[in-house]
Design a protein around this ligand. Structure first.
Ligand SMILES: [Zn+2]
Length: 59
């Protein structure tokens, strides 16, 4: 499932939840806080505790 060659993939920082496109984070680290980046796709399935409650009305 690791596709680190996808430079146009959206990433999200697991620490500060900033989103960034993969090619702007070439070292795989968040430019804001230095935290580890994960693919945005499926992030909130892997980290449901980080889900913004306002993002899905009717929860
Ligand atoms: Zn960060």
């Amino acid at each position: 499932m690791n596709r680190k060659d996808r430079w146009d993939e959206m990433m999200i920082c697991s620490t500060c939840e900033q989103t960034i496109i993969a090619y702007k984070a070439q070292d795989g680290r968040c430019p804001h806080c230095g935290g580890e980046l994960e693919p945005l796709d499926g992030f909130y399935e892997r980290h449901p505790e980080l889900r913004d409650e306002d993002a899905e009305p009717g929860h």
